[in-house]
Design a protein around this ligand. Structure first.
Ligand code: PLP
Length: 309
């Protein structure tokens, strides 16, 4: 799938900052390398030397001097490699998105660390929305999403939901104002994406059923829009799920983005070939997981994300 139709011209024009690229190179270099390219501060002058964090379970997390120096130093924009691979495994184990098994050329899933889901959502919205674009919203929705969307000047189309989430019939009715052929018609642009909170929606508490997800996914394919899932609340469910991957709608091409905050569970997602996952976990740490093309665009604007794990 070609993402150019979805990505704004500002996002498309972004190129990786050379300093950030060099930082990544430095991380892979032997410790004997002294780089004069970037302005890495002298770790000896960092104000924090080590830390002990007491957890609710009574265990302590120790951050020794070496780790503290690393945590406070500049690192690659997407995040510290160990944290990224932990997050990728987390994604793989919980959701097994098809892109996890793609080659890099096919658009293998990438992950980008954020400071919480809200930052992830803002990045995704700014990557996709030009003033005047139409977008579909599972209504009513999270106030933080509205706050991020409104300044971008898009036309928000509310899709009614009930206790089982978005009502596919209502979505079809709204989209019947367009024809799938309108994708070629620049004077009648189709909505770019559907935003939904699939589990324990804030504020309604409703959750999308698997059957509805499948139906919505077929509609998304027909009208060629992306799906952004924001899923902070999977682990707050009362009933645990037996099978993780059995009810996943299979997609033959990339069509769905997911944004999530917090932890989330495999069977709750659309699981198409492309996901952007914005996840915030304990300690307000978040991440985005996405097809390589879109994740690259998402990382660059931040330029300078230094993260500790
Ligand atoms: C549905 C939803 N998305 C995103 C967020 C923001 O998450 P974070 O605090 O990780 O930025 C919240 C927080 O309440 C939320 O309810």
């Amino acid at each position: 799938m070609n993402y150019s139709r979805f990505i704004t011209s500002v996002s498309a024009a972004r190129k990786a900052s050379p300093i950030r690229v060099l930082t990544e190179l430095m991380q892979k270099s032997p410790p004997s390398l002294i780089s004069l390219a970037g302005g890495a501060p002298n770790p000896a002058v960092f104000p924090f030397k080590k830390a002990t964090i007491a957890t609710g379970h009574g265990n302590a997390v120790e951050i020794g001097e070496d780790l503290m120096k690393r945590a406070l130093q500049y690192s690659a924009s997407a995040g510290i490699p160990e944290l990224l691979s932990w997050l990728k495994n987390f994604q793989r184990n919980l959701h097994n998105p098809p892109t996890a098994n793609y080659s890099p050329e096919q658009g293998q899933m990438e992950v980008c660390v954020t400071t919480g889901s809200q930052e992830g959502l803002c990045k995704v919205f700014e990557m996709l929305i030009n003033p005047g674009d139409s977008i579909l919203l599972d209504a009513p929705t999270y106030s933080g999403t509205l706050a991020a969307l409104r300044p971008l000047g898009c036309s928000i189309i509310n899709i009614p939901s009930d206790q089982h989430g978005i009502i596919p019939k209502a979505l079809k009715e709204i989209l019947s104002a367009w024809s799938p052929e309108d994708i070629k018609n620049h004077s009648r642009p189709l909505p770019k994406f559907l935003y939904t909170i699939p589990n324990g929606c804030n504020p309604t508490g409703n959750s999308l059923t698997t059957d509805r997800k499948k139906e919505i996914y077929q509609i998304a394919r027909k009208y060629d829009f992306l799906i952004i899932e924001d899923d902070p609340y999977y682990f707050l469910q009362f009933e645990k799920v037996e099978s993780r991957f059995s009810d996943r709608p299979q997609a033959s091409h990339r069509q769905s983005y997911s944004t999530h905050s917090g932890f989330y569970n495999a069977h709750q997602h659309f699981h198409t070939d492309d996901n952007i996952t914005a996840s915030s976990a304990v300690g307000r740490k978040g991440f985005l997981g996405a097809h390589r093309q879109s994740c690259g665009v998402l990382q660059d604007p931040a330029g300078c994300n230094a993260h500790c794990c």
